[in-house]
Design a protein around this ligand. Sequence first.
Ligand code: ADP
Ligand code: MG
Length: 328
Amino acid sequence: MGEFDLIARYFTRPARRAVLGVGDDCALLQPAPGTQLAISCDMLVEGQHFFPDVDPFALGHKALAVNLSDLAACGATPLSFTLALALPHADESWLEPFSRGLLALADEHSCELVGGDTTQGPLNICITVFGEVPVVGGKSQALQRSGARAGDDLYVSGTLGDARLALEALRGTLQLPAEALAQARTRLEQPTPRVALGQALRGVASAAIDVSDGLLGDLRHILTASGVGATIRTELAMDLAAAGSRLAVERAAISQEKQLEFVLSGGDDYELAFTAPMSARDAVRAASQLAQTPVTRIGSIESETGLRLVDAQGQLMPGRFSSFDHFA
Ligand code: ADP
Ligand code: MG
C-alpha cells in the first residue's frame, strides 16, 4: 500500500464543517463570526509517551484526547485537527484500529480531520487541533492560566492518580490486583478530555489548566502566571483518588500515602484544574452538572506565593511532601 492509498483509506472522509478537507495543499477553515481560533499541538513519541506494544485503537484515541484536553483547558469548542504521522511501515493491522480509535473520538466531539502529513520513520504521532472561543464585547472568553486571584477557590474535575498507578504497574514497580489494573489502565490509555466542562466554565472559572504532568506541577503554572499562591487541603484532595487506586488501597497493594502521592503528582490524567471566585460556587456547580462531570474543591488561592499542603487539622504538612513539592 502506497502513501496516497494509505491516506485515502484510513484518513480521508468528506469535509463537513471545513470548507476544504484532506486532499489539497491546504485545508480551508471558516471561523464563525465573533469567534477566535484556539490552536494546540501535542506529539506522542514511542518509548517516551507510550509502550511499543500499546493497543493501536487506544493509541489513536489518546493521541487526539491529549490535544482535545488542551482545548478543554481553554474552554474552546473543538473544530478540526491535522495529523502528522511517521510510521515504520504501512501495517494495515495497525492502521485500521489506530484510525478507528482516532476517528471515533473525533466524531464524539464533531472534530474533523482536515489534513496532515505521512512519512516513513520511527512511530511518531503529532496532532494539531483547532477550536473556537467566542469573543464578547471585544474580550476573548478563553480560559487562561493567568486569571487566578487571591480568595478564589481551587477545583479539580473527575479523579486523579490512576494513570500513574497503571504506569507503575506496567513498568513492574508495583503489583496490582487484576481488577485495579484494568480500571487504572483505561485511564492511562484512553483518557477522557473534559471538553464539555471546559466550555461550561467559560465566564465562570478565573483560570484553568489540564493536568497532564501532575496536579502540583501543573498548578504551579497557574500560580506563576497569575502571581499568586495556594493552599491545598490534602483531606479534600484525597476525595479525588481514582477507582483503581481505591481498590488497590483496599487490597493493600499500595499505601494511602502512595495514593495521595499519585493524586498530587501522578501525570497523564487529563482532568481540569481551575480556579473560580467564591461568589461563583453555584455557577461552578451548574457547570459541573451541565457537563455531567464531577468537580471537587480542594483548596484556595492566596496572595502569598508558593504552594502549601495542609492536613485535616489545618497543620502544614512538612517533610516528605517536599519530595514532590516543586516549589521547595
Ligand atoms: P503535500 O505534498 O502537499 O504536502 P501530501 O502529499 O503530504 O501533501 O498529502 C496529500 C493530502 O493528504 C494533503 O491534503 C494532506 O493534508 C493529506 N494528508 C497527508 N497525510 C495525512 C494524514 N496522516 N491524515 C490526514 N490527512 C493527511
Ligand atoms: Mg502540497
